[in-house]
Design a protein around this ligand. Sequence first.
Ligand SMILES: Nc1ncnc2c1ncn2[C@@H]1O[C@H](COP(=O)(O)OP(=O)(O)O)[C@@H](O)[C@H]1O
Ligand SMILES: [Mg+2]
Ligand SMILES: [Zn+2]
Length: 507
Amino acid sequence: MSFARAASIALVGVQGHLVEVEAHLAQGLPGLVITGLPDPAVAEARDRVRAAVLNSGESWPAQRITVGLGPAWLPKHGSGFDLAVAAAVLAAAGALPCAALAGAALVGELGLDGRLRPVRGVLPAVLAAVRAGVTRIVVPAMNAAEARLVPAAEVVGVASLRSLLAFARGGLLPDEPVPAADPAATEAPPPDLADVVGQELGRTAVEVAAAGGHHLALFGPPGAGKTLLAERLPGVLPPLEIDAALEVTAIHSVAGVLPAGSPLIRRAPYQAPHHSASAAALVGGGSGLAKPGALSLAHRGVLLLDEAPEFSSRVLDALRQPIERGEVVIARSGGVARYPARVQLVLAANPCPCASAAGDVACTCSSITRRRYLGRISGPLLDRIDIQMELLPVRASALLMEDLKMEESAVVARRVVAARATATERWRAHGWRTNAEVPGGALRGRWRLPRRVTAGVDKLVDTGQLSARGYDRVLRMSWSVADLAGRTVPSIEDVNEATFFRTRGAA
Ligand SMILES: Nc1ncnc2c1ncn2[C@@H]1O[C@H](COP(=O)(O)OP(=O)(O)O)[C@@H](O)[C@H]1O
Ligand SMILES: [Mg+2]
Ligand SMILES: [Zn+2]
């Protein structure tokens, strides 16, 4: 037999595609030609695979070897095809029964010594294979736990090419060390709302944001507790449902940031990039095929832009469209990558650039400077933020009160779960999960509130104090306030509270 075929999986964004790896041996000058890989990758793959085969105690065919990876149109990046290439070559040489490769996909990078190295994106790869009808998947042992998150997959985790060969030749899979759950990776519990003294309005804003999935902006002088509150939003969000957990895990896998051992992400993710972060770090990028950025790593969770006006305007602008679409699309020479980006955006901002150190020094910024500073968060971005709150610092006397017991995140989270369940149930027939997803037209149409209830906010629109978009956002939030209060329809008070949250308490 001088021809054999194996299957592997290529990732484009978080989308996996089955790749066919064909090996053909012919008479001629010994050597290996690989087609279907981007140029610089070919040389590396060729040397790695040959060394790995030799160092696994196998002989390398002294023939002219042609390996083709198809389909040709598909961009193929990374070293995850090594294992399939080695298996196809050995099968073509008759060193491996072809039947062992039938109906299986192989993923893994080979070390020169023949060991299998873990690769990124195993979860989306396995999902794609199973969807394409290939349920038997060979992965590096280090990735086996991640691959097994896909229930229908029959996962074979191997630590080296040698053990794969032993297994394929009818032997047993040797007992190989499986990565234990990394104790450092079992995250610390998120910070708790019980640490925040006073700030009743700020706490409520966080709770409403969590209940409705609303974006949130916090303004106020340094030391007001903006960061403190913003960091506590993820801790009151409900755990991810299984579908969302798999989506989030797949993105983190592609980014290479999954903990080994216990890979499934169940908690709503949280990303707080520094304001010096580049656009690529935020929305995704890098050479070859773009990698996900903080925006996608925060998918189905929270993206906090602390000190938001300090981010470059280019970076803030780059966020706008993805936030609107819930998806990032990045075109590179290596192809177009799409990553989900459905986040709750949280902005925190001081009112001026001097941020008057620790609040000790009086601010000397002119009103123009102040306006220009906040203006760096562009209108279109800010306009999409449902909840906009102005925080005032709590008084020292409150901070010093000894036995002040504030409500814990766990208690708030229970109300949030109940409110979300109400909302999901109400919108189920329409396919919306949270109040934040409900289109304005629906809020003003089929779900219109009685005139009497909206009178106050109607007036703000009539007098030009609230934009049409702001109006929809108030209506949206009203439902969240009502859901938290256990009311089936928003009351006048709920709408007024929502209005307050939209107008920074200014109206
Ligand atoms: N409401 C509060 N309860 C408890 N500590 C607070 C509160 N507000 C501020 N602090 C203290 O002040 C520090 C600064 O708060 P922070 O959230 O960083 O302010 P900001 O982000 O608004 O500048 C916090 O680390 C905390 O120690
Ligand atoms: Mg801060
Ligand atoms: Zn100032």
